[in-house]
Design a protein around this ligand. Structure first.
Ligand code: C5P
Length: 225
């Protein structure tokens, strides 16, 4: 079915610049874009709205998270400022980007049944003429047959600095040392989890963006494509 449609996967840890790079690459190729982080963030937002706590280990809360993932009413539409993410028909772009949602998303994403429930929604984004898929497990789990796989990395110091700037620009009050600590913690959780850890696919090209500009990274990926 979708198998003939080309996919370019861009995986890597948070703050490596995947979001901006993926949007630029998709625009240059004229392909669709899947921001899979937004899918996990949408689950997290809905869970927080329903009063779930990121620290809860209670079985009933985990069941509720799984239920949210199975019935997620999520869509993407072209918006004034790129792509709008709609959760139950409400635009939630800004609400998805808070630190509270980041923490909840990373914790929910470690639950295998949550990941399983979100697979179809992500694979359905594979639509002609092609898809650029941004995430952690795009090349390893969701689209293992992707034609081009990139793993975009950067030092944790650089990633924390980038995220700090981003949040500041949005008017969120953040403390760099705390952001750095939370990022290390989230990296560890994403990398060491049993299912779909953030690791490069065996056939991925690894690009370290620590000392590269956005243009240089986009150019390098377009060369591969
Ligand atoms: O990429 P972004 O920071 O928006 O992702 C938020 C969280 O969602 C990550 O910390 C990660 O735990 C989870 N995620 C994932 N698999 C993906 C994309 C995101 O587990 N493909």
């Amino acid at each position: 079915m979708h198998q003939d449609v080309p996919v370019l996967t861009i995986d890597g840890p948070s703050g490596a610049g995947k979001g901006t790079v993926s949007a630029r690459v998709a625009a240059a190729l004229g392909w669709h874009l899947l921001d899979s982080g937004a899918v996990y963030r949408a689950v997290a937002l809905q869970a927080l709205d329903q009063g779930l706590s990121p620290d809860s280990q209670a079985a009933a809360d985990q069941d509720q998270l799984i239920d949210i993932s199975q019935h997620l009413d999520l869509s993407f539409k072209p918006g004034a400022d790129g792509i709008d993410v709609l959760l139950s028909d409400r635009i939630v772009n800004d609400r998805l980007r808070t630190e509270a949602v980041s923490v909840m998303a990373s914790k929910s994403a470690a639950i295998p049944a949550v990941r399983e429930a979100l697979l179809k929604l992500q694979r359905d984004c594979r639509v002609a003429p092609g898809l650029v898929a941004d995430g952690r497990d795009m090349g390893t789990v969701v689209f293992p047959d992707a034609q081009i796989k990139v793993f975009l990395d950067a030092s944790v110091e650089e990633r924390a600095q980038r995220r700090y700037k981003q949040l500041k620009e949005k008017g969120e009050s953040v403390i760099l040392s705390r952001l750095f600590r939370d990022m290390l913690e989230r990296d560890r959780r994403d990398r060491e989890r049993a299912v779909a850890p953030t690791v490069p696919a065996a056939d991925a090209v690894v690009i370290d963006s620590t000392h590269l500009s956005l243009d240089q990274v986009v150019e390098a990926i377009l060369q591969l494509a």
